[in-house]
Design a protein around this ligand. Structure first.
Ligand SMILES: [Zn+2]
Length: 267
């Protein structure tokens, strides 16, 4: 039995190491082992090592299907190497705590190959979603920290943005030279359908047009918080911040008079 055809006895080794083969299979495998098949001997040594490592770690744990599939895949794909390690994706440490039970469970269900393949696929999807979710929450955290720094750093300019019309609440902006602008609004009447609020930087230079910046829509409570990480102009060159009502997606230049304007007074 050399390379071209996979040794069918290899499929039985793990179950054998766990003592879960039936008598016939067991006798047949032992007869094969007695012929001195090196592949099977090596696989058996690995499987026995694995079982010895796993048996006492978490025998009572109830692994989820997701973990079961994932771990089985890990063990299979890395069985050729001496050590079982997560490759590529970062695996939370708690997951390793469940490995023992998972692998054990998976090996006992050795004949559910089809179901396992499906569960491996599902696991991969779930894991990818998890990775995406972690990326997303890390980004959200970074933005929240940035906002907090802008709001708390005494070097930030505080810019009051009163409304041009009476009866509308004032907006509050903070502008940090290095971290950007945060603007808060509360209890606002949302713009109409397919409309948005848009921020503009009004340059000091005579005759210069307002520079378009981000758009934002208040939530259902009429609140918004706008973070502009990279304002399209510098504090020193900016006379005022203005907000207008624009078509959804924003405009290259204002199409309506400003609703709020705040003078940018240098320190
Ligand atoms: Zn063999």
């Amino acid at each position: 039995m050399e390379e071209t055809i996979r040794d069918p006895y290899l499929e039985l080794i793990e179950a054998y190491a766990l003592g879960s083969l039936d008598l016939g299979e067991r006798a047949s495998l032992e007869a094969h082992l007695a012929t001195g098949c090196a592949d099977c001997a090596k696989a058996l040594a690995e499987a026995r090592w694995l079982v010895s490592q796993l048996a006492y770690l978490a025998p009572e744990a109830q692994p989820s299907d997701m973990l079961r599939g994932r771990l089985l895949k890990t063990v299979r794909s890395e069985a050729g190497t001496a050590q079982v390690q997560p490759s590529g994706k970062v695996m939370p440490f708690w997951m390793w705590g469940a490995i023992a039970a998972v692998v054990l469970f998976a090996l006992y269900n050795f004949y559910e190959a089809h179901a396992l393949r499906e569960s491996i696929r599902q696991t991969q999807i779930a894991l990818d979603e998890q990775v995406e979710l972690q990326k997303k929450s890390a980004q959200e955290l970074a933005l929240a920290r940035r906002e907090a720094l802008i709001l708390t750093d005494p070097r930030s300019l505080r810019i009051a943005m009163p409304a041009a019309k009476t009866g509308l609440p004032e907006l509050h902006a903070s502008w940090h030279a290095g971290l950007g602008i945060v603007i808060f609004g509360e209890k606002l009447t949302p713009p109409g359908r397919n409309r948005t609020l848009q921020l503009w930087l009004v340059p000091k230079a005579a005759g210069a047009k307002p520079i378009p910046s981000r758009t934002v829509r208040p939530d259902s409570d009429g609140n918004f918080r706008l973070l502009v990480e990279n304002p399209p102009g510098a504090q020193g060159d900016t006379k005022a911040l203005a907000i207008t009502d624009e078509p959804a997606g924003g405009s290259p230049e204002p199409t309506t008079p400003p609703i709020w304007v705040g003078a940018v007074a240098g320190k």
